[in-house]
Structures are given as structure tokens and as C-alpha cells.
Design a protein around this ligand. Structure first.
Ligand SMILES: Nc1ncnc2c1ncn2[C@@H]1O[C@H](COP(=O)(O)OP(=O)(O)OP(=O)(O)O)[C@@H](O)[C@H]1O
Length: 231
């Protein structure tokens, strides 16, 4: 097991996770620095999403540990872990996961509202992110009334509205055509660079990974830094 590199914001060492007889992670190490964009690549079923879920504290590894700053995720209570996910992490998945009953601006404001911010202030901040993601026009629409590309931009705005320290993105452009996918990646990475958020980006597309500073390949449940990283 290699020790976590110093200066990293989020680091995992020796992660193991099995689902019954299936080994998803088999001693995976990973780290990301503040402001760094890391692409996690690898074949289908190699353990990429499981790694991302362990890093985000969504699932508990069977062995190994995840450190965020000075804190070990395994030593936090469930409430502390959810507070961390709500306050310091942002999530973008392949399919937006927007709340269908809420308008787009209400969706983006939701993480702030859950953190206790008053409606007016939360919606003002949400509008700033919708503008930045070039979808201010859909503010009053519900997710079912907007296009896939618009919905994904709204989902990115919602992930960024709390200015998270780490953004977890799992195939964020997987459901989009290439033009929309590229624009979503541009907007996501620009915003992450401006706020110095770290990004953990799971993708199987080289075109999407090209937005990262460094690529890690997961194979058979182990993560390996690619030689020739672009940093
Ligand atoms: N909830 C689960 N129950 C049982 N097996 C699971 C579960 N989640 C993942 N697995 C298995 O663990 C292994 C790793 O899955 P994971 O989703 O992490 O891979 P992945 O690299 O993200 O795949 P993909 O690129 O296809 O999304 C696979 O063999 C998968 O079938």
C-alpha cells in the first residue's frame, strides 16, 4: 500500500470492495490535489464507479481508507458524512437526477436550501450559476420540459452552487451528443478551475478525459497513473 501523497485533498489507499463473489476494487490507491482534474478511465466493470462512490463516502470500502483533508471518512458518523457530501462535495451523473417536481432554478437552489439558505438568496445564487451555464432561459421550466443538454447544464449548476471543494462526475456527458458534451465539459472545467475545486471525472471517452490534468486507469479493481500525464 503506497502512502497518500502529501498535499492531496482527497486520497484513498488500499481500497477493497466486493459485491458477493465479485471483486470490484482490489487494493486501489488514488489521490487528487486541490484544483486538479483527474480522469478515471478503464474498461466497463473495472471498478471506476465503485472507486468514485468510495471516495465520496457513498459506499464503505471493505478495507483501505479514504482521507479528505485531515479527516478519515471511516471515522465520521453517517450525519457527518452526509454533511460533508452536502457542503463540500458536488455530484454530476450521466442522467441529471434533477427533482422532476421542482423548476430548474429550484433544483439548483436546493442544495443551498438544504444547507439553511433562505429561498430568495438561494435562488439568486442559483440564477447566477444558470447564467454561467448558459441556461438562464429554462429557470421556470421543470426538468421534463427541457432538452438533455439543458438538463445536464442545470445539473452541473446544481453541483457547483455550493462551491464544492471536490466535484465527482460519473460519465457526465454520457447521454449527450458530442457538441453538447464538449460544451458541458468546457463549462464544468472552467468553473472548477475558477473555484479551485478538484474534479474526479469518470469517463470512458478519451475526448472527455482530454479536459483533465491527469489520467488514472482502473483495471481489475486497481488504479494506475497513466505515464505521460499532462500536468
Ligand atoms: N451494487 C452492486 N451489486 C453487485 N455487483 C456490483 C454492484 N455494483 C457494481 N458491481 C460489480 O462490480 C464491478 C465494478 O463495477 P463498477 O460499476 O464500479 O465498474 P465501472 O468501471 O464503473 O463500470 P462501467 O464503466 O460499466 O460503468 C462490476 O463487475 C460490477 O458488475
Amino acid at each position: 500500500m503506497t502512502p497518500a501523497p502529501s498535499g492531496s485533498l482527497l486520497a484513498a489507499t488500499g481500497l477493497r470492495k466486493a459485491y458477493g463473489p465479485t471483486t470490484a476494487l482490489d487494493g486501489a490507491d488514488f489521490s487528487v490535489h486541490p484544483g486538479e482534474i483527474v480522469a478515471v478511465m478503464g474498461p466497463s466493470g473495472s471498478g471506476k464507479s465503485t472507486l468514485l462512490h468510495c471516495l465520496a463516502g457513498i459506499i464503505r470500502p471493505d478495507a483501505g481508507s479514504v482521507r479528505y483533508g485531515a479527516r478519515k471518512l471511516s471515522e465520521l458518523s453517517d450525519a457527518e458524512r452526509s454533511a460533508l457530501r452536502r457542503g463540500e462535495f458536488g455530484f454530476v451523473f450521466q442522467f441529471g437526477q434533477l427533482v422532476p417536481e421542482l423548476t430548474c432554478v429550484e433544483n439548483v437552489a436546493l442544495p443551498l436550501r438544504l444547507g439553511g439558505v433562505r429561498r430568495k438568496e438561494a435562488e439568486q445564487q442559483a440564477m447566477r450559476w444558470l447564467e454561467r451555464l448558459e441556461v438562464a432561459g429554462v429557470r421556470g421550466k421543470r426538468p421534463g420540459e427541457v432538452s438533455g443538454g439543458q438538463g445536464q447544464r442545470v445539473a452541473v449548476a446544481r453541483a457547483l452552487v455550493t462551491t464544492p471543494r471536490v466535484i465527482f462526475a460519473d460519465e457526465p456527458t454520457g447521454a449527450l451528443d458530442s457538441l453538447n458534451g464538449e460544451r458541458v465539459m468546457e463549462l464544468l472545467t472552467e468553473a472548477a478551475r475558477d473555484t479551485r475545486a478538484a474534479v474526479v471525472l469518470v469517463t470512458h471517452e478519451a475526448r472527455v478525459a482530454a479536459y483533465s490534468d491527469r489520467e488514472v486507469v482502473v483495471r481489475d479493481g486497481r488504479a494506475r497513473d497513466m505515464a505521460g500525464a499532462r500536468l
